[in-house]
Design a binder for this molecule. Structure first.
Ligand code: NAD
Length: 295
C-alpha cells in the first residue's frame, strides 16, 4: 500500500491563517510585528529563501525588511548591523540568513543577537532553553517537523527515531524536541552522522527516520523497515536539462523507492519546507508579544 503523503502546504496555510489573526489582534493593541532579515552575499538559495520569507510575512500582515549586505562585509560591520537591530525597539524579530559567506563567524553573530528577538531559535540561550525543556523560540524546521507529524496523527509518542544529520539547525534541536518528557514525545532518539558506522543497522530498526544530511536520494528502501515513517528534510538541486530552471529539487530520501515501503512520507518539495516558513511566522509573533511595545 502506498504511504500516506505528509503534505506541508495545507498545514502551512492553516498556520498562516492563525498567525494572521494573531497579528490583527496585536495590531489592535498597537503592536505591529516587525521582522528584520540580514542577508549577506550572493548565495542563490539564500536569496530564494529570504524572498519566500518576505512574501509570507506580507501575507499575514507582519512588517518585514531585508538588509542586503555585500559579500565583502566584514565581521565587525555585520555585528554592527545586528547590534543596531538589537537596540531598535520597533524591531521584534531578527533573522540572519545562514550560511554566511566564508570568513564570517556565524557563532559570534548568534552570540551577539538578542535571544528575545531570535526568530530562528539558533542563539546559544534559546538552544540551551530547548535542551533544558523550557523553550522560548524553537528552530523552525524541527518545529515544523513536529507540527506536520502531529497534524497527520503520525504515532510519535515513545517511538524509536533515527535522525540522520547532527546540524545545529535540524538534527540537534529536533533530537531535543523528540526526547522531551511530554505527551506525544518521549521518543528514544538516535542521531547519526557522517562518522556513524553501519548506518543501516540504525535506520533498519527505526519507527521514524528523519533524513537531514543534504545528500540527494540517499535513503533507500533497503535501509528501512517496511511501515516506517520517513521525514525528508533535504532540499537538493540536481542538474536537470529538461527543467526550465536547469535543475530539479530532490530530497535526501529516494521517494520513488520509499513511497511503497513507508507508512507515511513527506514529499520534496511541498513537505517540510512550507512548515519551516510557517514556524518562522509563529516565532515572529512570539517575539512581538515578548518585545512588543506600543509604537
Ligand atoms: P549540514 O550540512 O549542516 O549537516 C549535514 C549533516 O548530515 C551532518 O551532521 C553530517 O554529519 C550528516 N551527513 C552527511 N552525509 C552523511 C552520510 N552519508 N551519512 C550520515 N550522515 C551524513 O546540513 P543541514 O543544514 O542540517 O541541512 C540538511 C539538509 O536539509 C540540506 O539538504 C538542506 O538543504 C536541508 N534543509 C531543509 C530545510 C527545510 O526547510 N526543508 C531547512 C534546513 C535544511
Amino acid at each position: 500500500m502506498p504511504a500516506t503523503l505528509l503534505k506541508g502546504k495545507p498545514l502551512a496555510r492553516k498556520i498562516e491563517e492563525e498567525v494572521a489573526s494573531e497579528v490583527t489582534e496585536l495590531r489592535q493593541k498597537g503592536i505591529t510585528p516587525r521582522l528584520s532579515v540580514v542577508l549577506v552575499g550572493e548565495n542563490p538559495a539564500s536569496r530564494v529563501y529570504v524572498g519566500s520569507k518576505e512574501k509570507a510575512c506580507k501575507r499575514v500582515g507582519i512588517e518585514s525588511e531585508t538588509f542586503t549586505l555585500p559579500e565583502s562585509t566584514t565581521q565587525a560591520e555585520l555585528l554592527k548591523v545586528v547590534g543596531a537591530l538589537n537596540d531598535n525597539t520597533a524591531v521584534h524579530g531578527i533573522l540572519v540568513q545562514l550560511p554566511l559567506p566564508g570568513g564570517l563567524d556565524a557563532d559570534e553573530v548568534l552570540e551577539t543577537l538578542d535571544p528575545a528577538k531570535d526568530v530562528d531559535g539558533f542563539t546559544p540561550a534559546n538552544m540551551g532553553k530547548l535542551l533544558l525543556g523550557f523553550p522560548y523560540t524553537v528552530a523552525c524546521t524541527p518545529a515544523g517537523i513536529l507540527a506536520i507529524m502531529d497534524h497527520y496523527d503520525v504515532p510519535v509518542e515513545g517511538s524509536d527515531v533515527v535522525i540522520i544529520g547532527r546540524s545545529n539547525i535540524v538534527g540537534k534541536p529536533l533530537a531535543a524536541l523528540l526526547m522531551q518528557k511530554a505527551k506525544g514525545r518521549n521518543c528514544t532518539v538516535t542521531v547519526c552522522h557522517s562518522r556513524t558506522r553501519n548506518l543501516t543497522s540504525y535506520t533498519g530498526q527505526a519507527d521514524i527516520i528523519v533524513a537531514a544530511m543534504g545528500s540527494p536520494k540517499f535513503l533507500k528502501a533497503g535501509m528501512v523497515r517496511p511501515g516506517c515513517v520517513v521525514i525528508d528534510v533535504g532540499i537538493n538541486r540536481v542538474k536537470d536539462d529538461s527543467a526550465v530552471r536547469g535543475y530539479t529539487l530532490v530530497g535526501d530520501a529516494d521517494f520513488g523507492e520509499l513511497e511503497n515501503v513507508a507508512s507515511f512520507i513527506t514529499p520534496v518539495p511541498g513537505g517540510v519546507g512550507p512548515l519551516t516558513v510557517g514556524m518562522l511566522l509563529k516565532n515572529t509573533v512570539k517575539t512581538a508579544r515578548f518585545c512588543g511595545c506600543p509604537q
